[in-house]
Write a protein that binds this ligand. Sequence first.
Ligand code: Y12
Ligand code: CO
Length: 174
Amino acid sequence: MIREIVVYPDKRLKLISKEVKLFNGALHDLLDDMYETMCAKNGVGLAAIQVGVEQRVLIINVPIEAKEGEADQPKENTLEMINPVIIEQDGAEKYQEGCLSIPGVYEDVERSKHVKVEYLDRDGNPQTIDDDAFLAVAIQHEIDHLNGKVFIEKLSYIKRKKFEKEWKRKLKEG
Ligand code: Y12
Ligand code: CO
């Protein structure tokens, strides 16, 4: 089922999401709905709070590098992360980010280049992932959502003011 996306400045985007304790059918339904919603909206990542669910759950579409000469290869894999925790991070890099809760806005954001993250999969099994490219950016963006933060909060004061003014105008125009 496609769920409605929570749009900035909805107060729910400021909530600190709660740790998942039950790895049951309801969690699997949420993950499946989040996947359907993300694909329907052409997103690459989604946190549960963006569909109004206050739980530490996120998904990311990870592009797969094509193997030469092999037909019918999948183009992406979906990473599901429950209760993710960044246990190592270093370096810095800028990347142009967008967010399904702030559609049409893209800004350069500086984040750690490399992250190592511990999380649980949909069955509650512990997993670890290490990345220093696209996935590192996406994970940090989505974990920020779990902590009530959106990417425009990382902009400079002047850029943030400009964004707020334009966003208000955009919402008014509908
Ligand atoms: C790198 C940077 C940011 C992320 C977080 C995940 N971000 C997204 O998935 C953003 C998707 C997005 C899609 C949009 O399209 C529609 O809403 C149909 C969009 O709006 C427009 O283009 C008008 C904005 C953002 C992961 C990795
Ligand atoms: Co986002």
